[in-house]
Write a protein that binds this ligand. Structure first.
Ligand SMILES: [Cu+2]
Length: 149
């Protein structure tokens, strides 16, 4: 009986810590069949204003998304949302004919750059987004990402 309770507590702990590799494998199996919701986020614009467009994203945990990141400006920009990135499962980041797999924490887009980030949010929360180029966050190049359950 004691062993059973310990096992149960252990399982409970694991589920609070987050996603195990086995769960991630399960996730990928089921979710790859689910069409991804596509969202475009521009980093800056042709007028070189320092902002994300849109600067507010609302996502649902457990759903698959494809965020198309584009930099139409003449400056380089970052998509920096580290806490958000820690709480998602990245299927891939696609750039041209290359797919990058595994955990991604930050992307830099040079002028004219484009990338597609395909992921599943796992943890609900209110996450901050910013461009980490010197002066850009201060100038208002920020945003928020809300993940609901
Ligand atoms: Cu920037």
């Amino acid at each position: 009986m004691k062993a059973f309770i310990l096992q149960f507590l252990l399982l409970l702990c694991i589920s609070f810590i987050g996603v195990t590799p086995a769960m991630a494998a399960n996730l990928s199996g089921d979710l790859l069949k689910q069409p991804a919701t596509k969202i475009t986020v521009n980093l800056g614009n042709t007028a070189n204003e320092l902002k994300f467009e849109p600067n507010h994203l609302e996502l649902e945990a457990g759903k698959r998304y494809q965020i198309h990141l584009a930099n139409p400006s003449q400056l380089k920009h970052y998509f920096t949302a580290k806490d958000f990135a820690d709480g998602i499962w990245t299927q891939k980041v696609e750039v041209g004919k290359v797919e990058i797999k595994g955990a991604i924490h930050e992307l830099e887009l040079k002028p004219g750059g484009e990338a597609d980030w395909v992921f599943v949010p796992l943890k609900s929360g209110d996450y901050s987004l910013r461009c980490s180029i010197t002066g850009h966050t201060e100038a208002g190049m920020t945003g928020e990402i809300l993940v609901s359950n």
